[in-house]
Design a binder for this molecule. Sequence first.
Ligand SMILES: NC(=O)c1cc2c(N)ncc(C(N)=O)c2s1
Length: 318
Amino acid sequence: MNATEAKQKIETLRQDLEQYSYEYHTLDDPSVSDYEYDKKMQELIKLEEEHPDLKTPDSPSQRVGGKPLDAFVKVQHDIPMLSLGNAFNDEELRDFDRRVKNGTDAEVNYVCELKIDGLAVSLKYEDGIFVRGATRGDGTTGEDITKNLRTIRNIPLRLKEPVTVEVRGEAYMPKKSFMVLNEAKESNGEEPFANPRNAAAGSLRQLDPKIAAKRNLDIFLYGIGVWENDPTDAHSERLEKMKELGLKTNPEWKKCNDIEEVIDYVNSWVEHRADLDYEIDGIVIKVDSLDQQEDLGFTAKSPRWATAYKFPAEEAIT
Ligand SMILES: NC(=O)c1cc2c(N)ncc(C(N)=O)c2s1
C-alpha cells in the first residue's frame, strides 16, 4: 500500500471508529461488536506505525497518550466561567422570575437543566479538532487537563463539523463506577473518595493520563464560551446544535414557558433524582433567549439570566 492509499485507508478507519465510539458511548446504541471495533483499531494503529507522519493527535488511537506530566499548566479562560446564584425554594424562584422580568420587556421563556454534581470543564475545538481541555479553576484561571479529558470516550476528538468553539460542561463519575472504585480502594487499604464529585475531580487531577483512563469518567456538555459565527439565538438551540456536532448533552433538559412550569419541573426532579445513574445537586434555570441574556448581563460574579435551584445534600452512597 503506498502513502496515498494508506492516508485514505487511515481516514476511513478513523471515521468508522469515531462513529462506532459515538454510537457506543454517546447514543448507547452500538452498530458493531467490540471485536469488530478492536479489529479496526488494531488496523489503524498498525498503519499509523508504518506511516508515523500520518499519526495525528485527533486520531482515535491517540486517546490515552504520553508519559505522566510533572505539573498542570495554568490557562486563562477567554470568557470567565462564572458561578450561579442560588434559589432554595419556590418563592425564591418566583423572586428570580420577577428580577428577570424587570430587566427585559419581552416574553420570557426558560430552559431547565439538571445540575450535574461533577467538575466544571472547558473544551476548546479549533476547526472541529479538540485542542485543549481545562478545569474551571477560579473562573478566570484553570489548569490544562487536556491529556486526561482525552481519555473520556464521550469527548469527541473531532466534531462532526469543522467549527471553532469553546464548550463547557461537567465531567462526572457515574454512581456505579464510584462504588466499584471505592470498593477497590478499600480492599487496597486506601482512603475511599467521599462522593462521586471528589472522585471525578481527583481522577482528572491525576498527572498520569493512564490513571484517569481507568476511572470510567463521563461528561455532559451544557454551555458555550466563545463560538466563531455562532448560528444560534437561544440556549435551547445551542443544546440541539451541540448534540448535532457529536457532543453529549443531557437529555432531561426542558423548555418552560413560565416560572410555574419551572417549579413543576424542579419538584418532579426532587422526587426522581435518586433514579439517575449520576449525582445531581440541583436544577439550573436559564433565560432561553440569547438577546435577553445579553440585556440582563451579569453581576460581579454571576449571570442575572440564570440561577441554580439547590437540592438538600443527598444521603451518602453506601
Ligand atoms: N456554574 C455554572 O454555571 C453551571 C454549573 C452547572 C452544572 N453543574 N450542571 C449543569 C449546568 C447546566 N446545564 O447549565 C451547569 S451551569
